[in-house]
Design a protein around this ligand. Structure first.
Ligand SMILES: C[S@@+](CC[C@H](N)C(=O)[O-])C[C@H]1O[C@@H](n2cnc3c(N)ncnc32)[C@H](O)[C@@H]1O
Length: 251
């Protein structure tokens, strides 16, 4: 990502090869070596799962994500993005198809999607929102290193952004972490212009072997989520064979 507005295919190849310099950025942010990052990455997911209480025991998800997780999510997400680079690259292709104007990346994690979107010429500005201050500082450092810092801003929550109306919303692998995912859909809708699209996925499931104890999976919560989705948004077809979906507000 050295040249601004690089061809998107080159960006995808760059992502597949290096995760947008991810290991380099992690080593610099965590003040360690790439060798140490290489040793820690394979345990990233286990370490986070070990830290995480079950969703049913999570009395305050906000303070958990904001303070308890610390830097653990950086390694967990990095290990996933590098290990499943082909899948993540498919989500980036969707960004290329649908992102424009003002873009919100809600629960942006290590910034892969926000940084990729900020580099698209169809995009004016990206608002990166994440409860975790470590994630925000890490992605702010990455944006500087990639010379994208004037195209992206960092926020704790949607409320502190003000009255911005978005043309594109990205919310990937976040909704199952929220105690009120239906409320979040409605908040997105309030901030979307009528021709905006939202790129969403969800996984309200603790895993076949209980590997995601922190995902909410309550049947009533899930039913309310689908009722809210189906009464407020219309799905837009895309040809990629992945679980991420595109929606526009129902008028
Ligand atoms: C599984 S990660 C997904 C990250 C990224 N979207 C991706 O696809 O790699 C979930 C992210 O949501 C953030 N998060 C959890 N609850 C949140 C909330 N209420 N508001 C904003 N961010 C939240 C976490 O800090 C974490 O970075």
């Amino acid at each position: 990502m050295k040249n601004f507005y690089m061809d998107v295919e080159s960006d995808l190849i760059e992502f597949m090869n290096t995760g947008l310099d991810l290991k380099l950025h992690l080593a610099s942010f965590l003040k360690t070596t790439i060798n140490d990052i290489d040793n820690r990455l394979p345990h990233g997911s286990e370490d986070l799962a070990a830290l995480h209480p079950k969703a049913s025991e999570l009395s305050d998800p906000t303070s958990f994500y904001e303070t308890d997780v610390g830097t653990a999510h950086l390694l967990d997400l990095a290990s996933w993005h590098l290990g499943s680079a082909e899948y993540i690259a498919e989500t980036l292709k969707l960004l290329k198809m649908f992102s424009k104007g003002n873009v919100l990346d809600f629960g942006g994690g290590i910034g892969t999607h926000a940084l990729f979107a900020a580099n698209l010429k169809e995009v004016d500005h990206v608002w990166f929102v994440d409860l975790n201050p470590q994630n925000r500082s890490f992605v702010a450092d990455r944006a500087k290193a990639l010379s994208l810092d004037d195209r992206i801003s960092f926020h704790r929550d949607l409320e502190s952004i003000g009255n911005i109306i978005f043309d594109s919303v990205i919310c990937l692998d976040v909704l199952e972490h929220l105690a009120d995912p239906s409320g979040q859909l409605l908040a997105f809708r309030e901030h979307m212009n009528p021709s905006a699209t939202a790129l969403l996925n969800w996984y309200f499931f603790k895993g076949f072997n209980g590997e995601y104890p922190f995902h909410f999976d309550d049947a009533n919560l899930v039913e309310r989520f689908f009722k809210t989705l189906q009464s407020n948004f219309l799905e837009v077809f895309h040809p990629l064979l992945i679980t991420s979906r595109i929606y526009k507000p129902l008028t």
